[in-house]
Write a new protein. Structure first.
Length: 99
């Protein structure tokens, strides 16, 4: 139930006002395939949360990363520096490369 839009909407302002999000170079959301809107959401959709966050930040806010509890997923390094290239609607995350 972590993917419920009202729960995510409650967490993001806390991170924003604590200055955590301002220190990021990008925010990447997964696919959120298993959540179902409930009466707690009152019609509030995840896309509304992401749109609000994009309006608050001057960094890329991407969505749809195949990660987590989805059938086909990407591998993400933990604790390793990564690079993110964004061009239009396409994004590439890469690591372990040399400059």
């Amino acid at each position: 139930m972590w993917g419920a839009p009202y729960k995510i909407e409650r967490m993001l302002p806390q991170l924003l006002h604590a200055g955590v999000l301002a220190k990021q170079k990008a925010i990447v959301f997964g696919q959120f395939t298993e959540f179902k809107l409930t009466s707690h959401d009152k019609g509030y959709k995840l896309q509304s949360v992401i749109d609000w966050l994009r309006a608050q930040l001057r960094i890329p806010v991407l969505q749809g990363l195949p990660y987590g509890h989805v059938e086909t997923k990407v591998l993400l390094p933990v604790g390793a520096p990564v690079s993110l290239s964004v061009e239009g609607r396409d994004a590439l995350i890469y690591w372990g490369h040399t400059h």
